[in-house]
Design a protein around this ligand. Structure first.
Ligand SMILES: [Zn+2]
Length: 461
């Protein structure tokens, strides 16, 4: 098995824990010394760097989240004249690249990278490229957004540092342009979002006369949305690209993304960066730590271990993941993670935890009668919601009334069987949902709209 950094990627759990502890100790020491913000934060939480004698002690340190990051950056804009936050731990002049969050949940926040931060991101990217068999010199088509979002230009930066021949066509130039450039450059790999990969697979031939099956693309790396690990979705992408393999790629906020990639076994995303991206798993309701063991499911917490600019200690990523620690049939090392849903999107319907993306998965499994796009319409913000939940489902054109009735019934039954809550499915003709929204290409899964909810209940939507 070829690995980029065999030593770090195959460390035993005990060696890894020892290394993580050493790096955490120097990190808390550093932020305490160099950042008055962290010093105050530690004091308020009643913790001292010298107390950190084991990984368990690290659980006493306070969390960091998006709201805190935004406030810290508003303050630094006013007080220090930059947007990197009061928690910055390097000279602002050392910052070599600034990327931003997607901004899908409020105004964007910013991450600064020093040259060393960029180098670790490139190291992690290289680990992923070697794992999927992309070599330096291979042509890689970057058909994701060319924005300052972490999966945009920063990803291009890292792939070029690895030595790939990157063709940054972007996604906004449209299907025809991507098709033309792919035909002219013959990439081995294409990197894009799940939505755009599906869109390319479905529409490229018709729109450009170029069949994606004939482009010779061997690998489709998708990121930014969970679909890359859902069988129906990756199988559709693989078939659309003529039998290419689809890989799901993940990053970790506050760390040096990317941090993991799935494999041909499609058995979760192998996390390959534990030596520089420390993770914990907590119960999202109590925020108490859960054991790092096979099958555990909870909210993932990240700490980028060697971050020079603006380290985020114990970052609440608000993603619920399931951990697999058993060896994977592909033979590659690394625990595996499967995304289950967003903490903020989690709904509680008659005692059942419901994630909107799980509803989308059910719809996606149903086949070609829908486009796979969905939206939940809620009368008020969650998490506690009374059934039935209105599920808007987009359908292609040309579906008659009898078919429509059947689709609604089938989906309501499937949702009830598979997720165990009562849904009212309302079909929407194609074009009601944006294929891509915002800078990231992620689609919005929840709409809070009491009026639409009432209309849907009365069958008038
Ligand atoms: Zn594997």
């Amino acid at each position: 098995m070829k690995l980029w950094n065999k030593k770090m990627e195959t460390l035993s759990r005990a060696d890894l824990r020892a290394l993580q502890l050493t790096k955490l100790q120097s990190l808390v020491e550093k932020v305490d010394n160099q950042s008055p913000y962290y010093r105050d934060k530690f004091q308020q939480a009643g913790v001292k760097p010298a107390q950190l004698k084991s990984l368990e002690h690290y659980q006493d340190f306070p969390f960091f989240d998006k709201d805190e990051e935004r406030l810290s950056q508003e303050r630094s804009r006013a007080e220090l004249g930059h947007s990197l936050g009061m928690h910055i731990t390097c000279d602002a002049k050392q910052v070599n690249r600034i990327s931003s969050s997607s901004g899908t949940t409020g105004s964007p926040t910013f991450s600064g990278f020093t040259a060393n931060d960029r180098a670790i991101a490139a190291e992690n990217c290289s680990r992923g490229m070697v794992r999927i068999g992309v070599e330096p010199g291979d042509v890689v088509l970057h058909a994701s957004v060319l924005s300052m979002w972490i999966a945009g230009v920063p990803a291009v930066d890292s792939m070029m540092a690895y030595g790939a021949c990157v063709v940054p066509v972007g996604a906004l130039s449209g299907v025809e342009r991507v098709a033309q450039i792919a035909e002219a450059t013959r990439p081995k790999m294409i990197r894009t979002t799940v939505s755009f990969a599906r869109h390319l697979a479905k529409t490229m031939h018709e729109r450009s006369g170029i069949d994606p099956k004939n482009l010779g693309i061997e690998k489709v790396v998708v990121t930014g949305e969970p679909g890359g690990s859902i069988r129906e979705i990756y199988a559709e992408i693989e078939a659309g690209f003529g039998g290419a393999t689809c890989y799901d790629n993940m990053g970790a906020t506050g760390c040096h993304s990317p941090t993991g990639i799935s494999c041909e076994a499609h058995a979760g995303i192998h996390f390959y960066a534990e030596d520089n991206a420390y993770f914990e798993i907590v119960d999202p309701k109590t925020m108490q730590p859960l054991p790092i063991e096979d099958g555990v499911e909870g909210e993932i917490i990240f700490t980028g271990l060697e971050r020079e600019c603006g380290p985020l200690l114990r970052w609440r990523d608000k993603d619920i993941i399931r951990l697999d620690t058993k060896p994977c049939e592909c033979g590659r090392p690394g625990v595996r993670m499967t995304f289950k849903g967003r903490v903020d999107d989690m709904l509680l319907v008659k005692g059942v935890n419901v994630f909107p993306n799980a509803v989308r998965d059910v719809v996606n499994r149903y086949g070609d009668s829908t486009t796979g796009n969905i939206r939940l319409v809620l009368p008020k913000a969650g998490p506690v919601i009374e059934p039935p939940i209105i599920v808007l489902v987009e359908t292609p054109v040309g579906i008659d009334e009898a078919q429509q009735q059947k689709i609604c019934q089938d989906l309501e039954t499937a949702i009830h069987h598979q997720i165990r809550f009562r849904a009212k499915v309302v079909l929407q003709p194609m074009g009601q949902f944006d294929v891509q929204t915002g800078a990231t290409g992620k689609s919005k899964l929840i709409e809070i709209n009491a009026e639409s909810h009432q209309l849907a209940l009365e069958g008038k939507l």
